[in-house]
Write a protein that binds this ligand. Structure first.
Ligand SMILES: Cc1cc2nc3c(=O)[nH]c(=O)nc-3n(C[C@H](O)[C@H](O)[C@H](O)COP(=O)(O)OP(=O)(O)OC[C@H]3O[C@@H](n4cnc5c(N)ncnc54)[C@H](O)[C@@H]3O)c2cc1C
Length: 457
């Protein structure tokens, strides 16, 4: 047994863990970052980056198909899956190399291996023990399934879906949340027949209902099928396909069933509870400053209850590093975190939905405005439909922005600043939005709520 002493020992080198490591070492701390697989974690290797590469290939396929409609002669010949894979892997490999270089340049000690929390101040990897004045838990999440629904063969998770060597002819996606609709979008663009099964009444059920309904219409137009409000019952599989039965008795056949019903916290069997770290339904319980129930032990990222997003992990990692260094950083509540779903059309939102705003403030204290992208020149040019909905407190600040349409993810920055700074639509109205941009649509919604609509009624 060898002991190694550091100021901070971090268990897990994904978005949350590596951000904490980089910020802590910038602040002069000695840091050990323990990673059993590859630094970068889910986001870089199995999540954000590879899926967005696939979505880009999908977008190019659709652009190629529609090119003649804008006067560009092309012929869509099909998807070359080995080339798509090479492109996706190339992007991930470049980002991985860059990240490894960055972590090394910051002087972080990366320890390869599986770590276990063996005491409130130590993590053991094989025969070595890493002792830290502070410990940060950042072990991330895994694809969940439903009771009795076993993953294997043609019943796959997003990890397997990313690696598929072929475009399936037919696929069923169980779960109409972020991961489900992104894969549905990719596969449809690649030429598959896609059916989404969602137990709740809407796709992307955590979004404002107006956004969900707009996305549903867009998916219907794209030929993506979905069933809403009916639960999955069972699946059988053969050598070349699956048959899925829903609780209404209907059956659906496909080549694969993608199970995209959410992600659970990776906290099992790592010694957390034995060391006194309290869990809440498997997640690590933390206070708003991300302290666990054990002094000197912190937790960041997907293992903490709340939104499971890479940029939340980054922000939490930075927060904890600064908190340990005594900088008393400002708490960022989940409500201020922007969310983007990168299907076609994209969905982007920040703050309260209209229903949540009414719950919080009362119906007579909430105003909202839906700006239809049909009124926006740039959206017309790029051929997208959708809308931007702004929710404000009556005579008060903007408390929610909800968007759906091609490329609206790129508009979330302004929306986030407006919500984060409690700006009133009247404060934003004088800021001129460039014409013709999609950003203008956001400006139009603020103008309308400030009582002076321009390209709207
Ligand atoms: C298909 C998919 C698409 C996604 N797309 C997006 C997106 O577009 N935008 C977005 O913001 N988020 C996206 N996410 C979510 C994002 O990937 C996660 O929120 C983010 O990775 C969480 O970071 P984390 O550090 O908490 O955990 P992770 O990234 O999961 O990292 C945890 C790390 O800990 C390591 N580890 C675990 N246990 C141990 C142990 N005992 N010892 C050593 N190492 C250990 C793991 O190997 C892993 O590297 C997506 C996720 C998926 C699955």
């Amino acid at each position: 047994m060898t002991d190694h002493n550091f100021d901070i020992v971090i268990l897990g080198g994904g978005s949350g863990g590596y951000a904490a490591a980089i910020r802590a070492s910038e602040l002069g701390k000695s840091v050990a970052l323990i990673e059993k697989d590859k630094v970068g974690g889910t986001c870089l290797h199995r999540g954000c980056i590879p899926t967005k590469a696939l979505l880009h290939s999908a977008e190019v396929a659709d652009t190629t198909r529609s090119a003649p409609s804008v006067g560009v002669k092309t012929t869509f010949e099909g998807i070359d899956m080995p080339a798509v894979t090479a492109y996706r892997e190339g992007i991930v490999a470049k980002k991985f190399k860059g990240l490894e270089g960055l972590i090394k340049a910051r002087g972080v000690t990366v320890v390869a291996g599986e770590g276990h929390l063996t005491a409130a101040n130590s993590v053991t990897v094989g025969d070595d023990t890493y002792v830290g004045t502070d410990i940060i838990l950042a072990t991330g999440s895994y694809s969940r399934t439903l009771p009795g629904l076993e993953i294997g063969g043609r019943v796959i998770t997003s990890d397997h879906a990313l690696e598929l060597a072929e475009v399936p002819a037919r696929v069923i996606v169980l779960g109409g949340g972020v991961i489900g609709v992104e894969f549905a979008s990719v596969w449809k663009s690649f030429g598959a027949e896609v059916t989404i099964v969602e137990a709740l009444p809407h796709l992307v059920p955590n979004e404002d209902e107006a956004v969900s309904k707009t996305l549903e219409r867009a998916f219907r137009r794209r030929g993506i099928k979905y069933t809403l409000g009916v639960r999955f019952q069972s699946v059988t599989q053969s050598a070349d396909g699956v048959t899925v039965t829903l609780e209404d008795g209907s059956t659906h056949e496909a080549d694969y069933l993608l199970v995209a019903v959410g992600r659970g916290p990776a906290t099992d069997g790592l010694g957390f509870e034995a060391a006194g770290v309290a869990l809440e339904r498997g997640f690590v319980a933390v206070d708003e400053r991300l302290h666990t129930s054990v002094p000197g032990v912190w937790a960041v990222g997907d293992i903490t209850p709340g939104l499971q997003l890479a940029h939340r992990g980054f922000a939490q990692g930075i927060f904890v590093a600064e908190e340990i260094a005594g900088l008393s950083p400002i708490v960022v509540p989940d409500l201020g975190i922007p969310k983007v779903t990168y299907c076609d059309p994209e969905v982007a939102s920040v703050g309260l939905t209209e229903a949540q705003a009414i719950d919080a403030h009362g119906a007579d204290q909430v105003e909202s405005y839906n700006y239809n992208l049909a009124g926006n020149g740039k959206s017309e040019i790029i051929g997208t439909a959708g809308m931007i909905k702004v929710v404000r407190e009556k005579d008060g600040p903007v408390i929610g922005v909800h968007m759906v349409g091609a490329r609206v993810g790129e508009l979330i920055g302004e929306a986030q600043l407006v919500v984060g700074w409690d700006a009133h639509p009247e404060d934003i109205a004088p800021f001129i939005h460039a014409h013709p941009t999609q950003n203008e649509a956001l400006g139009e919604a603020f103008l309308a709520l400030a009582g002076k609509p321009l390209h709207a009624l």
